[in-house]
Design a protein around this ligand. Structure first.
Ligand SMILES: C[S@@+](CC[C@H](N)C(=O)[O-])C[C@H]1O[C@@H](n2cnc3c(N)ncnc32)[C@H](O)[C@@H]1O
Length: 262
C-alpha cells in the first residue's frame, strides 16, 4: 500500500470515524495523524480506509487499540521535574495569595499521573491550603486506570523517593495510590475541542496534549482555557508548547511554560 494511493480518502475516514469516537480528526495535524493511522492499519493488516473503518465498527478490541494509538497516553508523575519545582516554589505561593480554596485542573490527564502530582504537591508542601483537582481526558480507558490508581516503576522516574513511600502502597500489581490523595481528585470524561469547560479555575495544566492539534485548534483551545481561568489564574503548558503570537488572549508569561491571566 502506498501512502499517496489512499491519501485522497483521508477526509472520508475522518468523517466516518467521528460519529463513533467523538474525535474529530480535522482538528489534528493531517500529516502526523495520517502517518499514525496508516502505520496502525499496516501493522494490523488493513490496506484501505473503508475496510479499516468497517473493522473498527465491528471489533471493539481493535477499536480500543486504535484509539489508544491515536491519543498517545504517555505520562509520568512529576514529568519535567524543574517545572514542578517552579510550580511549588513560585506558582502555588502566588496563587495562594487569593484566599479561596484552589481550583486546579489537569486537562488531558491520561492515567492520572499529572492530577495526582498536583494533589501530592499541595498535600506535601501546602498542607494547610484547601484545594480541589479535576482530571479530564477524552480516553475512557486511561480514566479507568486513573481511578484504579495502580502504577508501575517507570511512572516514577521523576518522582522524589519519599513521595513513593508516603503516598503509595506497594502491591503485587504495582504501586497503589493512597485514598488520601485520590479523595482530592475528581476524574471526568471530556473532549477539550468540543465540550464546555467549568469556570473560575486558579490553575490549568495542559501539557503534551496539543502536539498534534492544528494551529486553529490550539488557538481555540487556549482561548477556552483563558475564559475558564479566574483573573490572576495560571496556565501550565508542556515543555515544547509556547503561546507565540497569542498575546491577544490576555495571558502573560510569569515563568517558562507558566502563563498568567492578567
Ligand atoms: C501524552 S498524554 C499527556 C498526559 C499529561 N498531561 C502529561 O503531560 O504527562 C496526552 C493526553 O491527551 C489526551 N487527549 C488528546 N486529545 C484530547 C482531546 N481532544 N480532549 C481531551 N483529551 C485529549 C489523550 O487521550 C492523552 O491521554
Amino acid at each position: 500500500m502506498s501512502y499517496t494511493s489512499i491519501a485522497n480518502t483521508y477526509e472520508d475516514f475522518v468523517k466516518g470515524f467521528h460519529p463513533k469516537s467523538g474525535l474529530d480528526l480535522k482538528f489534528y495535524k493531517q500529516n502526523q495523524m495520517q502517518r499514525r493511522i496508516l502505520s496502525f492499519m499496516n501493522s494490523h493488516g488493513h490496506p484501505a480506509y473503508p475496510d479499516f473503518l468497517k473493522a473498527l465498527n465491528s471489533d471493539p478490541i481493535l477499536y480500543d487499540a486504535f484509539f489508544k494509538h491515536l491519543t498517545i497516553n504517555v505520562s509520568q508523575f512529576f514529568r519535567d521535574a524543574n517545572q514542578w519545582k517552579t510550580l511549588r516554589e513560585t506558582i502555588i505561593p502566588l496563587l495562594l495569595q487569593n484566599k479561596a480554596p484552589l481550583k486546579l485542573w489537569s486537562a488531558g490527564c491520561s492515567s492520572g499521573q499529572e492530577p495526582y502530582s498536583l494533589a501530592m504537591t499541595m498535600m506535601n508542601y501546602f498542607s494547610n491550603a484547601k484545594f480541589t483537582v479535576l482530571g479530564t481526558d477524552i480516553d475512557v480507558n486511561v480514566l479507568k486506570q486513573a481511578k484504579d490508581g495502580i502504577y508501575k516503576q517507570n511512572d516514577f522516574a521523576s518522582t522524589p523517593p519519599e513521595f513513593l513511600q508516603k503516598y503509595f502502597t506497594p502491591s503485587d500489581k504495582g504501586y497503589q495510590i493512597k485514598a488520601s490523595v485520590q479523595n482530592n481528585v475528581n476524574f471526568q470524561h471530556q473532549n477539550l475541542l468540543t465540550d464546555r469547560f467549568q469556570t473560575n479555575f486558579d490553575f490549568i495544566a495542559c501539557r503534551n496534549v496539543v502536539i498534534y492539534f492544528t494551529e486553529e485548534a490550539k488557538e481555540m483551545l487556549y482561548k477556552k482555557f483563558t475564559d475558564s481561568l479566574r483573573l490572576g489564574g495560571i496556565l501550565f503548558t508542556g515543555s515544547t508548547e509556547h503561546l507565540f503570537g497569542m498575546n491577544h488572549l490576555g495571558l502573560k508569561p510569569v515563568s517558562s511554560f507558566f502563563y498568567q491571566k492578567g
